[in-house]
Design a protein around this ligand. Structure first.
Ligand SMILES: Nc1nc2c(ncn2[C@@H]2O[C@H](COP(=O)(O)OP(=O)(O)OP(=O)(O)O)[C@@H](O)[C@H]2O)c(=O)[nH]1
Length: 769
């Protein structure tokens, strides 16, 4: 027996969770260090996946912040995309909460008094749960590590901390204030006092399966999240139907539950050593059969590894002694070391099993969900990245097109401006020439126009003034109509052509969407173009003074004037006068303008106008004086030369001519003379305003075309301004899209990193588990 014990000790010391040593007094000490405990797999896995979920949490929050920035108007993510990713924040939070609470749970079941509480106490190395003969545990007792160093109780649904000593009352079936059998009491025990608790193992004690009909309720409440079930059987008897029945129910609700069978009270076999092996074999076979054949939760070989023959009472006692705690019965039966080693062996296998199982059942699903979340968020970011990339490409293209359009418009506008300027200048010159020519021609035809006037002519002052006003109107109107007829249509046609060409060329460089606006903005001429000029005969001929006094054509004065006029012309021709240019003006010339002109002519022969006046008066005075000596001498000379008869006949003829002219000096003749004088005067005045009028008309044309060109240029300017601001917007959008695609790419890559981390987690903790 001693050899068997030593062999078992050396075997277990090598790979067990606890270093085992036999003490001098025959007791066995087990090192509580849990550095190499299989439970550390769960601990490390929990820490790792918790760290990964912290990163996933940060990642999802970063993704939500990013998506907020790119969602909305002109955004690249839809509110639905944002809502989808936002939903993961709470999901990750929920997983982290579950992770915090994740532990390895082992539930102990069996018939009353089989020793469930004693097994748990032995595993906890202390007498924590009530145990005793008869029906002791009357409700579920869950022992777990307390975060603080204190030990306390908490009943289900209550936050009140109760004294841990009260567990023997609350959980004891014999206690007056006992709880419902289905209720749960949390027993918090300092982690530092127990390696199992430190490593997140939670142990659940239960009332005997033979004392309740509510097995289904138990299973639903306490078994569904259990990683390992321990059936504590009584080695003194055999597996009972009630026990089997319970686990049948468990296996229908949980797929492949991990079930260990402890044949407790094996110390009883010490009193009957001769049947020890047979009984053990019998129990073991039945248990293997139950697990592998009836429940089908494992293979027979695996089942063999999950069946143990122990004495919880001895194990607890041994551990109490190790911890130098008072024990009621220090005497242990023969073979207690072997049973204790088997108990330790159970613990090691149980720890391996519960650790692997908990990692697989709890963290596998977390890992899967983490990967799904990373993949879903990555898909959303991939979509945003693609959208941002596509939109950026189209914006870059738009930017290129806008650049091209702007520089094309600028080039074309420069060319068109130069050409249009030339065209306007040519048109202005042409119009000026045309108006000048036409007006000059019309001035030459002024006598015909004046002759057409058929008003009642009378020589009285009042009637004459009225006639003059009527004639002014007639000339204004007639001249106006003729000019309009000859110029407006012609120039108007040229204007229309020029404007049309201008508009066509400008439209062509406008962007398409502006053309419609331009078409409505620049309306074609509703009215034909009209040359505007101001012909105000009232002002122009205000200085006109008719001379309607009778003058005999052959009177001496007339003859001298005629003679004088010829000589003056001769003098004028010999000495061409230097005219002082008179600036064209619409205001009437001064009344003494003739004097000025005469003065200018006089200047041509070197005499001042005053000197010429004196000379003329003297000559005329000399010739026209009837009573002077000169006249007498001339008469005498004529009489002596040609004879008195000829003089008489000439006198008669001369008298007859005078009488005739005097008699024909009627209102008609006076009107003719008036019109002639008017034509001469008006022609002279109109000639003065030819340049001004033609300049005005050409200016009008220039104004009209320049205004139109300016309006078109304004349209182009508006269009280019719009295009400039559009270009700025496009540049901004490109910047935003660039930054969005970079961020989306970074976040997408982080999702890859997280998925990779979870893959590594699977490799480390799940794949070979
Ligand atoms: N001889 C012996 N007695 C044991 C062993 N384990 C437990 N007992 C005793 O069996 C009695 C019942 O033990 P408990 O641990 O209360 O059994 P239980 O299964 O928890 O019983 P309930 O709580 O009523 O369901 C106690 O007196 C224990 O001391 C053992 O291995 N050997």
């Amino acid at each position: 027996m001693a050899a068997y014990v030593n062999r078992t000790i050396s075997m277990m010391a090598g790979d067990g969770p606890h270093n085992v040593a036999m003490l001098n007094n025959g007791a066995v000490r087990v090192n509580m260090s849990n550095v190499d405990s299989p439970l550390q797999i769960f601990v490390r896995a929990k820490k790792k996946i918790n760290d990964i979920f912290v990163e996933i949490d940060d990642y999802v929050k970063d993704a939500v912040t990013f998506m907020h920035a790119v969602t909305g108007e002109n955004g690249i993510a839809t509110p639905q995309d944002l809502a989808n990713v936002e939903a993961y924040v709470s999901k990750v939070q929920a997983i982290r909460e579950v992770l915090k609470r994740d532990h390895m749970k082992v539930a102990f079941f069996g018939r009353t008094s089989n020793g469930k509480s004693t097994v748990i106490n032995a595993m906890l190395h202390d007498k924590i749960l009530p145990s005793g003969i008869g029906h002791t545990t009357n409700c579920f007792l869950q022992v777990e590590g307390s975060d603080t160093d204190e030990s306390f109780l908490r009943t289900e649904g209550s936050e009140e901390k109760l004294n841990v000593q009260s567990v023997s009352q609350l959980g004891h079936a014999l206690c007056a204030s006992r709880l419902q059998e289905c209720s749960l009491v949390h027993v918090y025990w300092p982690r530092e006092l127990c390696a199992l608790l430190r490593d997140d193992v939670v142990l659940v004690d239960s009332p005997g399966v033979d004392v309740t009909p509510n097995l289904d309720e138990w299973i639903d409440k306490y078994c569904l999240d259990a990683d390992v079930f321990v059936l504590v059987a009584n080695a003194e008897s055999t597996l009972m139907v009630t026990e089997k029945n319970f686990f049948h129910k468990v296996s229908t609700k949980i797929s492949q539950p991990n079930i260990f069978i402890l044949n407790n009270r094996w110390d009883a076999s010490a009193s009957e050593p001769e049947y020890l092996d047979q009984v053990r074999t019998q129990h073991a076979n039945r248990c293997v059969d139950f697990l592998s054949r009836e429940l089908r939760v494992c293979s027979p070989k695996e089942a063999e590894e999950r069946i143990f023959f122990i004495s919880a009472k001895e194990a607890l006692l041994t551990r109490m002694r190790e911890r130098e705690k008072p024990v009621s019965s220090p005497i242990l039966a023969e073979g207690h070391q072997v049973r204790y080693f088997e108990f330790v062996d159970f613990e090691r296998k149980f720890e391996e099993c519960i650790s692997k199982s908990a990692v697989r059942t709890k963290f596998a699903q977390h890992s899967r969900r983490g990967k799904n979340i990373a993949a879903e968020v990555m898909a959303a970011l991939e979509l945003i990245y693609n959208t941002a990339t596509d939109q950026k490409a189209s914006k870059v293209e738009k930017q290129r097109v806008l650049h091209e359009q702007l520089s094309a418009i600028e080039d074309q506008l420069t060319t068109i401006t130069r050409q249009m300027k030339d065209k306007i200048n040519r048109m202005v010159e042409s119009v000026e020439h045309k108006v000048s020519l036409t007006l000059s021609q019309e001035i030459r035809r002024l006598s015909a126009l004046v002759d057409e006037h058929a008003g009642l002519f009378r020589a009285e002052r009042g009637a004459l003034d009225a006639y003059k006003r009527a004639l002014h109107r007639h000339v204004e109107q007639g001249l106006g109509e003729r000019l309009k007829k000859r110029l407006s249509a012609d120039i108007g046609h040229e204007m229309d052509q020029a404007q049309k060409e201008m508009a066509d060329r400008m439209y062509n460089i406008l962007p398409m969407h502006k053309r419609a606006a331009a078409a409505t903005y620049i309306m074609p001429h509703q009215q034909p173009f009209e040359v505007l000029y101001r012909l105000n005969c009232d002002n122009l001929c205000a200085d006109f003074q008719e001379d309607l006094s009778f003058r005999f054509s052959y009177g001496i004065t007339a003859l001298i004037q005629r003679f004088q006029g010829k000589n003056t012309n001769k003098i004028a021709l010999k000495n061409p006068p230097q005219y002082t240019p008179i600036p064209p003006t619409v205001s009437p010339l001064p009344a003494n303008s003739e004097v000025v002109r005469a003065g200018a002519l006089a200047g041509g022969v070197g005499l001042s106008p005053e000197e010429w006046g004196m000379l003329s008066k003297f000559a005329l005075g000399a010739l026209t004086s009837q009573g002077t000596m000169g006249g007498l001498l001339l008469s005498g000379l004529l009489l002596k030369t040609v004879g008195w008869r000829i003089v008489a006949v000439t006198g008669v003829v001369y008298g007859a001519l005078y009488a005739y002219e005097r008699l024909t000096w009627t209102a008609k003749a006076q009107e003719r003379v008036f019109k002639k004088q008017y034509v001469a005067h008006a022609s002279k005045k109109l000639r003065l305003i030819v340049d001004l009028t033609s300049a005005n008309c050409s200016h009008q044309v220039q104004q009209e075309l320049s205004t139109m060109f300016a309006r078109l240029c304004r349209l182009i300017d508006e269009a280019t301004t719009e295009m400039d601001s559009e270009l700025s917007e496009v540049k901004e959008a490109i910047k935003m899209l660039e930054s969005a695609s970079t961020s989306a790419k970074k976040l997408r890559n982080k999702a890859n990193y997280l998925s990779h981390e979870l893959e590594l987690f699977d490799d480390a903790f799940l794949k070979h588990n």
